[in-house]
Design a protein around this ligand. Structure first.
Ligand code: ASP
Length: 326
């Protein structure tokens, strides 16, 4: 029987990192082709097309580059791949996963993975994560689940996954809902059914700029006051608690929301924003009255990606429908 086609792209990150010389820090130098050598078993599961599309730390990825990766991945599906795996750095994995998930219009899985330990370190997790990600991408049960992140034996949905530890092997979690699934003895077990996804059109513009500011105790409003003058096209605020800001921010937000879309998310790392609980100035009811939108379950970083994409395809008027759970 002919093995299924699988496409793998390497973008860089710790999974591709190694020190050039003893005593030096690790940098991304290992190509996708060499990464494949660490998972010989894959040859028994799939016919693999591997490409190295970049060798970058994930902090240096940008939206334009991600659009070119997306177009490569879509092409692979059109050429008959049953799924696509992308290896990259974990620092921004939760953002790239969200970016792709808002745009991935295929039933076939797009799976992102990386590593917490660099390639030559003892107990490097890259090969296991890569093999797991390939198993997930090849599985029929993974269809219609959009973009998923596979790390440390767990499968996370792009819409909720977050990097919640800086260095631990168990660095990713999906607050409130938990992982979408897990790998046990190489078999895939999904714990939740697939959810309805809303896919956006491709952005026609890529020069829009969305600011992200975090509320903090006793913060001044200087940066906030300059958002319009700095020509930002949208603003996301990582607010306190259920989506709150200091009183001295509330009036400024009203002015800004009269010109560009403003989303208030929570900086807590878990849980949704409120809609109708708090009535103080700077609370969510006040901010909604002043023209801001509440992010709901979207974390500030994912909300910023949504707004960047919506502005890029001139669909910002549909923000509310993308922020609601239904
Ligand atoms: N620490 C990161 C990683 O896990 C570095 C990066 O994101 O490129 O890959």
């Amino acid at each position: 029987m002919e093995l299924p086609k699988l496409a793998i792209a390497a973008l860089g990150g710790t999974v591709s990192m190694q020190a050039m010389n003893a005593g030096e820090g690790v940098t991304p130098i290992i190509s996708g082709e060499v990464l494949l050598d660490s998972v010989p078993e894959l040859a028994t599961l799939a016919r693999v097309n591997v490409e190295t599309l970049g060798l970058l730390p994930s902090a240096s990825l940008d939206f334009e580059f991600l659009l070119s990766v997306l177009s490569w991945a879509s092409f692979q599906i059109r050429q008959g791949a049953v799924g696509v795996v992308i290896t990259q750095g974990t620092d921004t994995l939760e953002e790239t996963a969200t970016f792709f998930d808002f745009l991935w219009d295929h039933d076939q899985p797009l799976v992102l993975t990386g590593a917490m330990r660099s390639a030559a370190s003892a107990g490097a997790d890259g090969p296991a994560n890569l093999l797991d990600a390939c198993r997930v991408a090849l599985a029929a049960q993974s269809r219609q689940r959009g973009v998923q992140v596979v790390m440390n034996g767990q499968i996370h949905s792009a819409s909720v996954v977050r990097k919640t530890d800086s260095l631990a092997l168990q660095a990713f979690s999906s607050p409130i809902v938990g992982p979408a699934g897990m790998l046990v003895e190489n078999a895939i077990h999904y714990l939740h059914p697939p959810t309805q996804r809303k896919v956006l059109p491709l952005p026609q513009h890529t020069t829009q700029r969305i600011a992200l500011l975090e509320a903090s105790l006793s913060a001044d409003s200087l940066m906030l006051e300059n958002i319009i003058e700095l020509a930002y096209d949208g603003l996301v605020i990582a607010g306190f608690g259920a989506g709150h800001v200091p009183e001295n921010w509330a009036g400024v937000i009203e002015t800004i929301a009269g010109t560009i879309p403003v989303i208030i998310a929570t900086r807590t790392g878990s849980g949704p924003t409120a809609q109708s609980t708090y009535g103080f100035m700077g609370g969510e009811m006040d901010l909604i009255r002043k023209g801001a939108s509440m992010a709901g379950f979207l974390c500030p970083r994912k909300a910023r990606i949504l707004l960047w994409l919506l502005v890029g395809c001139q669909q910002q008027h549909r923000l509310a429908s993308y922020l609601s759970k239904d």
